[in-house]
Design a protein around this ligand. Structure first.
Ligand SMILES: Nc1nc2c(ncn2[C@@H]2O[C@H](COP(=O)(O)OP(=O)(O)OP(=O)(O)O)[C@@H](O)[C@H]2O)c(=O)[nH]1
Ligand SMILES: [Mg+2]
Length: 320
């Protein structure tokens, strides 16, 4: 194989798909080599457009990603797809084709598809997902599409890595509208009502419009796009709105602001995740912390005071 003995980082930067797959596995397995690789190629990232798709199960996110991938390929742009499934115990394999519905693109070297699942710790998954997106970016993918089921906070964290956030709904996704209304779900940049072949589509669009009318009216006006992903209907319009949003955030300076905020969240996220792991280890291994816990259980010491003591002990340890 040509270039096979070149360093992994170089092959990755050259866009070698096998190197990209290997690199993502390293970060997914929390292998130090993976982190070292990201460190090395990080200065070469920031070029890709990162689009995040979230929404309830079965809304058609994967089908939509398949249709958009086809569109982007038609524009001669390379695509990386990262499907993040916090609920599935599987990572890759048989399930992948079904979940991602991109089987048409498996043989196209311009399309790289990867699925990631939780290994228990969601903080870890979000972390690994960003690293994977960075690796795709470094490997020269023009467009990175992230898919995640939008049901809770952890998934929202993952979507935070995107420059443009798309909420995919289908007629009947009433819960999501309630979540938007209640402010549980942040207002996305673009809303898609997929399965527009459904008779209740226009009712759904009206309901969304009513919810959006309650929010801020200045700045970017959130478009609602009707699509029928299985037939590729509405994809051109969606691609147009995505491009408009990218253009808008670039022109307004919000792109760099947004990336700054997202990266800051990421730094804090990684640090917090590691700190938590260290604290958990110290709770397991330190007999004095165990004793503290016993006192909490015996109602002699309240949890907040115990936590303060744990942190103090940790600070002392670090000072030594
Ligand atoms: N009628 C109709 N069905 C659609 C449309 N788009 C997708 N579907 C179907 O809806 C089902 C779910 O589609 P997916 O793309 O897997 O949905 P998803 O949001 O990725 O689902 P999860 O990843 O499981 O959350 C599939 O059977 C699709 O064929 C559409 O425009 N119209
Ligand atoms: Mg899917």
């Amino acid at each position: 194989m040509p270039g096979a003995d070149e360093p992994l980082a170089q092959r990755l930067l050259d866009g070698d798909r096998r190197a990209l797959a290997r690199a993502i596995s390293l970060v997914e397995n929390d292998d130090p080599e993976g982190w070292a690789l990201v460190r090395e190629v990080y200065p070469r990232t920031g070029r890709a457009s990162v689009l995040g798709f979230t929404g309830p199960p079965g809304a058609g996110k994967s089908t939509l990603l398949g249709a958009l991938t086809k569109y982007e390929r038609g524009q001669d742009r390379t695509v990386g797809v990262l499907s993040i499934d916090p609920t599935s115990p599987f990572t890759q394999g048989a399930l992948l084709g079904d979940r991602i519905r991109l089987t048409d693109h498996f043989l196209d070297p311009g399309v790289f598809i990867r699925s990631m699942a939780s290994r228990g710790a969601l903080g870890g998954l979000s972390e690994a997902a960003l690293q994977a997106a960075l690796l795709m970016d470094a490997a020269g993918r023009d467009v990175i599409l992230l898919e995640t089921v939008g049901v809770g906070q952890a998934e929202v964290d993952i979507i935070d890595h995107a420059d443009t956030v798309v909420l995919v709904l289908m007629p009947g996704s009433g819960d999501s509208i309630q979540a938007l209304k209640a402010g549980v779900m942040e207002i996305p940049d673009v809303i898609v009502v997929n399965k527009a072949d459904h008779p209740l589509t226009d009712t759904m669009v009206r309901e969304i419009r009513n919810v959006l009318a309650l929010g801020p009216q200045e700045g970017w006006k959130v478009p609602i796009v009707k699509t029928e992903a299985v037939r590729g209907e509405g994809i051109d319009e969606l691609a147009g709105k995505l491009a408009e949003h990218q253009e808008y955030i670039r022109a307004e300076g919000t792109l760099s602001e947004r990336r700054r905020r997202n990266l800051m969240n990421e730094v804090i996220g990684i640090a917090a995740y590691r700190m938590r792991r260290e604290l958990e280890a110290s709770v397991r291994e330190d007999p004095e912390v165990q004793e503290l816990l016993d006192r909490v259980v015996a109602r002699e010491l309240d949890p907040a005071s115990a936590a303060a003591t744990v942190l103090e002990r940790r600070a002392e340890e670090l000072a030594r």
